[in-house]
Design a protein around this ligand. Sequence first.
Ligand code: FES
Length: 572
Amino acid sequence: MTDKKHRSGEWFARDGKYGFLPRSWMKSQGFSSEMLDGRPVIGICNTWSELTNCNRNLRELAEHVKRGVLMAGGFPLEFPVTSMGEPFMRPTTMMFRNLVSMDVEETIRANPIDGVVLLAGCDKTTPALLMGAASCDVPTILVSSGPMLNGRFRGRELGSGTDMFRLDEEYRTGKLSKAELSDAEAAMSRSAGSCMTMGTASTMASSAEAMGITLPMNGTIPAPDSRRSVLAEQSGKRIVELVNEGVTISKILTRSAFENAVKVTGAIGGSTNAVLHLIALAGRLGVDFTLEDWDHLGREVPTLVDLKPAGRFLMEEFFDAGGLPVVMKRISALLNLDALTVSGITIGEQIASAVCYDDEVIRTLDRPLTSDGGLMVLRGNLAPNGAVMKPSAASPRLMQHRGRAIVFKDAEDFRARIDDPDLDVDADSVLVLQNAGPRGYPGMPEVGSMALPKKLLARGVTDMVRVSDARMSGTAFGTVVLHVAPESAIGGPLALVRTGDIVVLDAHARRLDIDVGAEELERRRATLQLPPPAFERGYGKMFIDHVQQADKGADFDFLVGGSGTPPSKVSF
Ligand code: FES
């Protein structure tokens, strides 16, 4: 046992008592000396949890990964990291993304691991795991849990989240009974897997595929489909080869890969959350990739995928139509085709043989769902450091709009007053939400798509302009301006808006302003009282003290960059 060609050899290939301890304790699990004799050790980083339904098939998928690792001569070792279930965690999963990335980073670095397969699914689990692995720069492949089966309810397809918002509106306006709503709950989520709309989970799994950090079709194969097990097996086989070839994550996630991800996010009508996650991920890798890139790279990209929330279909249809390789082939003129993938070939080679089986689900270039599908970055006196909107989810008539602000000082104030019959609001009003940003809430909850006032819903109003420093669920829709930076809780201009001010949105000109003079804004600033911090101790305090603004991806200031996996001090 003298082979130290792999990092794990620093543990298992040491002589005498120094190697005895790690080898002996491994043997207690029933592993033979043969397993410990120079095989690359593959960590299988698992976010399985009964608190994260979307990831509940990952235990089973881990077994398929292990088979692939063994097939290729590696030694698989599965380990848990903190999971994050979107529907449960309070105040919001986004507050824990950075914490989980630290869990992943430190677990990889502290242990005899040569390469990792990341098992993720629910929204934040994907960026958290990629960010952690990126800061270690080990060979890495992501395997997603996959989208759940389409929801079906009384002859009608139900898309995760998206149809929940519609059902809620029907319930609030008396069109749906409580019992019917309860039946719909069971019908919407009927299998393991992540949301099957083009929400954040599907967007992140697809953008990871676009960046080449997964095997092809990772983004779309349904969670219960046996072909996902095959993908897991093949990912296990391939990670061993990547370790032997010395292909680390930074060789895959290059600037070219991020550029491809921006374009693919536009082409699939992806979630605004991708903006935050990919900027934060690039920061870990030292890749120069900014909020501005989202705007200028996304400008000429048409949305081709006709999926909810922007379109009609769901992830099962997307998979059956040929999946992401078809989309990438159709926009190949916009892509960096020479970007390397974990398959060992370029992304151009990977998508060359893609065939479309349904042009209704994956539209052709001459018949896009939206011609300008990329996410927009707005600036103006209301958002000096930027704000984000998703044009494919917005109403074209509201893209240029002047309206009277109705200001809510926080999410609780919004919930308390939005359905008040006396609220002075009409269809042209602009709903403005303050103190829901990275530090203010804290954690930027997905409350930016503020539900419309009940009395306007009853009158048939379906969309209004909404502005906040919050995020929006990838499954939501509407003319919603998000991620306003700097946020109101640190004194950004959003904090100075008062009910009655005129808000001016000109999405085509990429502008977001309030029609209030600079002198008046300064007067208001002089008397502005910032809200007290929500936490005085623990992780919450660390989050508030170190989280950066939305335009920086809301990563911690001290986590930007990576430390690799240098030889550590040996405690034994
Ligand atoms: Fe987990 Fe949507 S709630 S993926």
